[in-house]
Design a protein around this ligand. Structure first.
Ligand code: NAG
Ligand code: NAG
Ligand code: NAG
Ligand code: NAG
Ligand code: NAG
Length: 421
């Protein structure tokens, strides 16, 4: 987004006071709703297997970010990277309606990319029905079937693929490659109505004419169960949906996401936060358009820690991952202040510091806050994770932080709020 300030975007939803924010329901990949839709056989929530699965994806995302940052100019993988995965990973989904008559899509939300695309006039798309989706049947978009669809010519300023154009009036082609191995979407850009509803006052449907990809050929994990029905980019580029909504004056150039503990959440476009909300500047690099912030210190319980580092706020990462020396300073300070007994819960868990729950059954670990550049305090809502067995009996708890070999990531667990209204 153009504004160079991150207004603690993930925390804004509950406190939002903006008059014309627009919202969508969000569902986590492993939420009950998506599991029901998708018949996804995720490990039961709370178990070591569940957290191991989430952390497995984080590792991938971290290596990808590291390679992108190290190269200095590529946000997307080139042909020679060697990451292996058969799953696009840890994403949240929203249902969006497009066109006239409208067609709905269950799209993956990605703060790590910009373009919005849906399967369309398919040459190679994910199947529309599959045992892995349960009862769900997906739709495809077709420009011919929507009376409000318009072609986006090569002359459009949103057209990056001009070198592949024969003439200025041709439809603009696009081809986008993602960090995951061999994962891409290509087709032509189109413009049509996206339906949104107002968040405050009487709910009212508003439409915005937005440019998105008519995804004719998908590859890699887009042909599997990761983003079979499209992907919506929430990045900072002018092509991302928040930027497009802002450029049309439909919503302010900001958005907030709220993640509920049950995997159900909210995304609001145009949420400018509340006046008492804290701010920190983003570190902007045109080639690496991440939500990159600077941390100048931390508080762990009663101890103040002198930690200076930059970190990416990433909705696609579950667990905050810090590299040394910050990782060791924060975790050892936490460890020295915990009252409960250290324990090794399960070797599949990605966490180094786990504890037994005291017989009284209450957990009162030291609180953690990060101090962002400019002095804003970012209290970590959920520094710990309670681990359960498959029957949901608590086994213990762990500090929800993993060690990174490269890029520091502030993951979703640190910004959870209990209820997303
Ligand atoms: C984030 O910003 C810092 C400070 O400007 C920079 O050193 C770092 O490389 C950036 N990280 C990424 C992944 O772009
Ligand atoms: C990867 O590809 C880039 C450009 O395509 C090339 O410059 C680089 O040398 C390649 N790296 C390896 C390890 O093959
Ligand atoms: C989408 O179309 C259905 C009829 O097919 C209609 O009931 C619904 O209100 C439309 N949704 C929006 C957001 O316009
Ligand atoms: C990616 O594509 C290349 C060339 O098409 C192929 O050799 C490789 O096995 C693919 N990798 C995966 C993980 O599918
Ligand atoms: C952490 O903060 C919460 C809320 O502010 C408070 O209730 C709790 O007692 C604090 N824990 C410790 C160990 O200070």
């Amino acid at each position: 987004m153009a504004a160079a300030w991150l207004r603690a975007v993930f925390l804004a939803a509950v406190a939002a006071s903006a008059a014309e924010a627009l919202g969508l329901d969000v569902h986590h990949r492993y939420s009950a709703t998506v599991r029901e839709w998708a018949g996804h056989r995720a490990p039961p929530r709370g178990t070591p297997g569940y957290y191991a699965a989430l952390a497995g994806h984080d590792g991938l995302r971290r290596r990808s970010l590291a390679s992108a940052a190290g190269g200095g100019e590529v946000a997307f993988a080139d042909g020679n990277d060697t990451y292996r995965l058969n799953d696009f990973g840890f994403l949240h989904y929203a249902v969006v309606a497009l066109g006239t008559p409208n067609v709905t899509f269950l799209v993956a939300l990605d703060t790590g990319s910009d373009l919005f695309w849906v399967p369309c006039d398919c040459i190679k798309c994910a199947p529309l029905v599959s045992p892995t989706y349960g009862n769900l049947k997906f739709d495809v978009y077709s420009p011919q079937k929507s009376s409000t669809s318009r072609k986006v010519p090569c002359s459009s300023n949103l057209c990056d693929g001009q070198s592949a154009c024969q003439s200025a009036s041709n439809s603009c082609p696009y081809n986008i490659e993602y960090l995951s191995d061999n994962t891409s979407s290509s087709g032509v850009l189109v413009e049509d109505l996206l339906y949104l509803i107002t968040e405050y006052g009487q709910p009212k449907v508003v439409t915005a004419s937005i440019t998105f990809g008519c995804g004719q050929v998908q590859t890699g994990s887009f042909l599997g169960s990761a983003a079979p029905n499209g992907l919506l980019g929430l990045g900072m580029d002018s092509k991302s949906v928040p930027s497009l909504l802002a450029s049309q004056g439909v919503a302010a150039n900001s958005f907030s996401m709220c993640f509920g503990e049950d995997g159900h959440g909210r995304i609001n476009f145009g949420d400018t936060g509340s006046s008492d909300q804290q701010e920190t500047p983003l570190n902007i690099y045109k080639q690496n358009p991440y939500y990159n912030i600077s941390i100048t210190g931390a508080m762990v319980g009663s101890k103040s820690i002198n930690a200076k580092f930059s970190a990416i706020v990433d909705s696609g990462t579950s667990f905050t991952a810090l590299s040394d020396p910050m990782y060791t300073e924060i975790t050892s300070s936490f460890n020295s202040q915990v009252q409960d007994k250290p324990t090794q819960l399960d070797s599949s868990l990605p966490f180094e510091f786990c504890y037994t729950i005291s017989p009284k059954g209450s957990i009162n670990p030291p609180n953690i806050s990060l101090i962002a550049k400019g002095g804003s305090l970012f209290p970590v809502n959920n520094p710990i994770i309670t681990i359960t067995d498959t029957a949901s009996n608590p086994l213990g708890y762990c500090l929800a932080m993993t060690k990174s070999e490269g890029v520091n990531l502030i993951g979703e667990f640190y910004v959870w709020v209990e209820d997303c209204v």
